[in-house]
Design a protein around this ligand. Structure first.
Ligand code: IMP
Length: 431
């Protein structure tokens, strides 16, 4: 059973890209299954930093085929920019190693406009979306009026774009009071995108199956994180897709029997961009310290929007929840190095909600907003861990921190990252 799924266990930005990149070295195919260019994955290879939004991070591995699955929404202009950017840096992005599912949905210029207008009209109750048109594009998918990558192959594609723009102009103008878009101009633009992107369009579900049937290994790459899942996240402060492991099956078109490993990625602390509850958020110096100054690309500022991320202590109640809804088989902890010099280290392992002590996510009449975090204090460390490669290189208190997480979550921690470089990984267990 050679399908492994990499999934974010928090609110995204857990460092999935670099772990995927590491695992991609032994995969024949890396397939992204959800989301769009709201995601931002940073991969550092030999001093070069790659910021990817749509193309799976496996593309930087020379022998891996990269797939963008049917569960994704694709902004064609951004995809072309990404292809051109990677090509300019010597990465092979030819259609033989980059595939776009016929079933993935296209983002059209009215989607980001509607996203922005929806956000503005929500007033103080905004979600804090990336305004990339993700929600409106998935809305069209669910309403069965979206355009898909496969449609780019149809002779009347330009006409369909024209009609879609004309129909959405009514909403832009009559509901939001915005200027109409030019259907003819957008149809021309999209015809030209289709010319360039058509060679990439493929039946990717069949391709994934072919690799699996021939004994190859496929890595399913999640975007965003469990708590942003449309069904299982902190609704309505979620994205509009299915980042959890189940999303890999629908998003790629594979069955559950193929799955071997479900690898959860968790940052050693908690971060969130956008609105919504975050029980362990730290607004003072601890939050600032975890966030970093923004001087380094791996500091806690959005890869896609540049927004400072909200930061706080690790929340094991939420991590336990993520282990359950994803069926995690393995856990990877990232950014352990960032915790150095914080003493004590606090870890939330229960909440008090309406006077009751609970160790799971509140449900029924109570919400996460009402959860008061209860912390266990663990000793910190002052020595640098960035050169650690095995468990015995870590200070005993860092080992204790990881062991505490493992014991509370009951999922083996196999890796911990201690810096942004590829080799800055501590191996703690076997797959
Ligand atoms: P949308 O996906 O742009 O609709 O945004 C919905 C919510 O998901 C907002 O809170 C965003 O900040 C958040 N979000 C979307 N993509 C990412 C991501 O890649 N990392 C972290 N948060 C994200």
């Amino acid at each position: 059973m050679p399908l492994s799924i990499v999934v974010g266990t928090q609110w995204g930005d857990e460092g999935k890209g670099r772990i995927t990149d590491l695992l991609a070295a032994e995969a024949d195919m890396v397939a992204r299954y959800s989301g769009g260019d709201n995601a931002g994955h940073t991969v550092t290879v030999g001093g070069q930093i790659f910021k990817l939004h749509l193309i799976p991070s496996g593309i930087v591995q020379p022998n891996t085929i990269s797939v963008m699955g049917a569960g994704m929404v694709i902004n064609p202009q951004r995809l072309l920019d990404e292809i051109d950017g990677l090509t300019a840096r010597g990465i092979d992005t030819s259609p033989s190693r980059l595939k776009l599912s016929t079933g993935s949905h296209l983002i059209l210029p009215f989607h980001p406009l509607l996203d922005g207008a929806d956000e503005t009209s929500r007033g103080r109750a905004t979600i804090g979306t990336t305004r990339r048109g993700i929600g409106p594009s998935y809305t069209d998918k669910a309403a069965r009026c979206g355009l898909r990558a496969g449609d780019m192959l149809a002779p009347d594609f330009g006409q369909r774009v024209f009609e879609a723009v004309r129909s959405k102009n009514r909403i832009l103008v009559e509901i939001y009071g915005l200027a109409p878009l030019d259907p003819e101009q957008i149809a021309d633009e999209y015809r030209s995108h289709a010319n360039r992107l058509s060679p990439y369009v493929a039946d990717t579900s069949a391709q994934v199956h072919r690799v699996l049937r021939s004994g190859g290994r496929v890595l399913a790459e999640g975007a965003q994180g469990t708590l942003l899942d449309l069904d299982h996240g902190t609704y309505p402060y979620v994205t509009s897709s299915s980042p959890i492991a189940g999303g890999a099956l629908t998003g790629l078109g594979v069955g559950p029997r193929e799955v071997d490993r479900v690898i959860g990625i968790a940052k050693a602390f908690q971060t969130r961009v956008g609105k919504g509850p975050m029980p362990t958020e730290q607004l003072g110096p601890v939050g600032d310290m975890l966030r970093g100054t923004g001087e380094n690309p791996w500091d806690e500022y959005g890869t896609t929007t540049g927004r400072p991320r909200r930061c706080g202590w690790l929340d094991l109640v939420l991590l336990r929840y993520a282990a359950r809804v994803n069926g995690l088989t393995h856990l990877v902890i990232t950014k352990l190095d960032v915790l150095g010099s914080l003493d004590p280290l606090r870890v939330c392992n229960a909440y008090r909600v309406a006077g009751q002590l609970i160790d799971s996510v509140p449900f029924g009449p109570h919400t996460l907003d009402q959860a008061e975090p209860l912390y266990a204090d663990l000793p910190g460390w002052t020595e640098s861990v960035t050169n650690a490669r095995t468990a015995s290189d870590l200070p005993p208190t860092a080992r204790q921190y990881l062991e505490f997480i493992q014991q509370q979550i009951d999922v083996p921690i196999v890796l911990a990252s201690v810096g942004p470089q590829r080799e800055q990984i501590v191996r703690l267990g076997d797959w």
